[in-house]
Design a protein around this ligand. Structure first.
Ligand code: SIN
Ligand code: FE
Length: 311
């Protein structure tokens, strides 16, 4: 692991963003884009993004033992709606919705400014509040986030667009601990076949499959491209593979109280081992906006399959 944030051997490094290191906003943005695309985690000083104290205190007062907080709370910015709440008290739900709406707006402003070269290539997705202690959190294997994985959405295929996630550790005293392993490129090279890459390449090459997907899209149906099938399958394969989880090379990261970070989670294999109280905002970044498209998961899969995989 390199201290300077240079990726070595397909491993993720921590790229700390120090405002004073850059002569201009443009220089900083270009550096940030480069670091993200090579599979590093961008870490910002807590002073660059903070929540109003009253909002933070409200969120920290929400107890995991409460029936309504046994799951992460998702916030959908478009319809301005919360999901994952069960039988909430109306005032609490309203307050929470307002806080997440403000967070989502500020996170969007921060990410758009930080990654200005992407311009309109950045689209807003869902946000979440994560009030549960992650250590020992019970879940189905495929839903467990303490197992290493790369991200894919079961219900929202991205078609090759990137999954960018922005996190804030709200906890005032306890770090959020992550493990990362190799990035998507080396992982797909080594394990792609075992995880079903050949079938995906066949589907990508099949004229019939192609015509079927086009027809379904024209009918307004959500269609998983070969790319999306592989990414979802790979997410599951990694989590379900005990040997990989046990023996793979691992780096451990502690995100301190107040830490602010962002990462392409479709490329960086990651697991959260412990920590409680985080906010997260997801963005989708157009594949066409990439500066290094060959490093993106779609670029890697197209190289391995020898054909387009996102149609
Ligand atoms: C994940 O994206 O898998 C979990 C990250 C976190 O909650 O810190
Ligand atoms: Fe994840």
């Amino acid at each position: 692991m390199s201290e300077s944030g240079e990726a070595t051997d397909g491993l993720t490094a921590l790229a700390e963003v120090h405002a004073e290191d850059f002569s201009s906003r443009n220089a900083r943005a270009a550096w940030c884009v480069g670091q993200l695309e090579r599979g590093n985690v961008l870490l910002f000083s807590p002073s660059e993004f903070s929540l109003p104290a009253a909002d933070r205190e409200f969120l920290l007062a929400q107890q995991q033992s409460s029936a309504i907080y046994h799951k992460n709370i998702a916030y959908r910015p478009g319809p301005d709606r919360l999901t994952g709440l069960q039988t909430p008290r109306r005032e609490d739900a309203e307050r929470l919705r307002g806080i997440l709406s403000d967070f989502s707006r500020e996170a969007t402003r921060f990410v758009r400014e930080t990654l200005a070269p992407y311009g309109d290539g950045i689209r807003l997705d869902f946000a979440s509040f994560r009030p549960i202690e992650e250590r020992g959190r019970p879940n189905r294997t495929r839903a467990r986030n303490d197992l290493l994985h790369t991200d894919a959405f079961p219900t929202r295929p991205t078609g090759g667009d990137r999954i960018l996630r922005f996190f804030v550790n709200l906890n005032p005293s306890v770090p959020r601990v992550w493990i990362t392993s190799e990035t998507f490129g080396p992982l797909a090279e080594r394990y792609g076949r075992a995880a079903g890459l050949d079938a995906v390449a066949r589907a990508a090459r099949s004229p019939l499959g192609h015509a079927g997907r086009r027809l379904c899209r024209s009918l307004g149906l959500t269609v998983r491209s070969p790319y999306d099938r592989f990414m979802m399958g790979f997410h599951n394969w990694l989590k379900e593979n005990d040997e990989f989880q046990r023996t793979c090379v691992k780096s451990r990261w502690e995100f301190a109280p107040g830490a602010v970070w962002m990462v392409y989670t479709d490329m960086v294999s990651h697991a959260v081992r412990s920590g409680q109280f985080a906010l997260e905002q997801t963005f989708l970044v157009s594949r066409g906006a990439m500066w290094q498209p060959a490093l993106s998961p779609a670029g890697v899969l197209e190289r391995l399959c020898g054909c387009p995989v996102t149609d």
